[in-house]
Design a protein around this ligand. Sequence first.
Ligand code: 2P0
Length: 360
Amino acid sequence: MAGHGEVLVSTASAPTNIAVVKYWGKRDTKLNLPINSSLSVTLHQEDLQTITSVAIGKDFEGGDRVWLNGKEETDLASNKRMQGVFSAIRERAGDVVDEASGEVLVPSAELKTYKIHVVSRNSFPTAAGLASSASGYACLVKALSQVFRVKEAHEGELTEIARAGSGSASRSLYGGYVKWEMGTRDDGVDSRAYQVKPEEHWPNMHALICVVSDHKKTTSSTGGMIDSVRTSELLKFRAENVVPARMKAMEEAIAAKDFPAFAELTMRDSNQFHATCLDTYPPIAYMTDTSHNVSRLVHAINNESSSGPICAYTFDAGPNAVIFLEEDHVEKVLKALLADFGPDSAESSEPFVRGQTTLP
Ligand code: 2P0
C-alpha cells in the first residue's frame, strides 16, 4: 500500500458509444455544454475501447505527462481540456487510506500535489468517427478518479468532468442506453449523463460496426460544431423543435424494446444530423458514397419486411456505419452487407464489416 513518496497506479478501460439521438452544437465551448440533449448506446467490445493507466507520484520529474497511443503529448500545457480534467480531479482528491487499519497514508492535501503520468491506448482507429474521444476521456476520468480516491458527491459527477473533456465522453461512463441531459445552468452542473436502461434490458440487441474508412476525418467534431452553430438554421430548428420530443420517444422505444420505433428514430436522427452538416456553410460532408449505399441497402432490406424495419443504420462524424438489429436478423443482414461491400464485392476498396458487437 502507498505511503509518502510512493507511486500510486491505476488502470481502467472504457467503451465507445454511438449516439442514436445526436449531440451536435455547443452553447458553451469551454465546458462543452450542448444545445440539445442526446442519447447513446454503449458499445462493449474489446476492440472498441480505450485502456488507460495512470501513475501519480510526489517526486515525478517533468510535471504531468501524457502518452497517447505510444506518442507523448508534447504541448500538454496548452491542452485546456486535459488540464481541465486534471484540475477537476485534483480538486476532488480524497485521502489514501490503509484499508485494514484505517490509517491515512496520504492526506488529500498532499495527494493533490502529486504529478500525473498517463499512458492511454485505443484498440481502434483514432479520429475516424468511432468516438475515440468518448472512450478516451471517459477512461481518463475513470483511471484518475480511482488513483486520486475521488468519490462522487452526487450521481453523475464524474460524467460532468468527462463532458468537459469531450461531450460524448459523458455517456461512455455507463453501459447500456445512456442519455446526456443538456441542462440549463451556465456552470454545467446539471449537464450530465444518466443510464436509461442497462444492456441486459435488451439482451438480443446487436450492433454491426462497418468500417468504411479508417482514415482520420477531415473536419473535427469541435470545429464542425462551431461552424454549424454559427451558420446552420436547420441546427437551431432541430435543437429546439425536434430533439426534445425525439428524446422522449427514444426513451419510450427503448423501455418498450420496440425495435421498429427505435430503428426509425435512429435513422431519422442520423439523417437529420448529416443534413445539418450539409446545411452548414461551407458544408461538412462526413458520409461517403459507400455510406449512402449502406443506407440504401438497409432501407431495401427493411422494405421487404412486413413487420417494420429490422435493421437501422447510424453514422457519426465520419463515413462508418453502425447497424443495429436484433439477433434473429444478424445472419441475413450480415450476408447482405458482405455481398455488397465484403472483400469479394465490387465496392471493397476499403475494409468493411470489421466486427460484430453483441450487446451486452
Ligand atoms: C454524438 N458526435 O452525439 C455526436 C454525433 C459526433 C456525431 O459527439 O467537441 O468528440 O469533444 O465535445 O464529443 C462527437 O463530438 O465533441 C460527437 P467535443 P465530441 O456522439
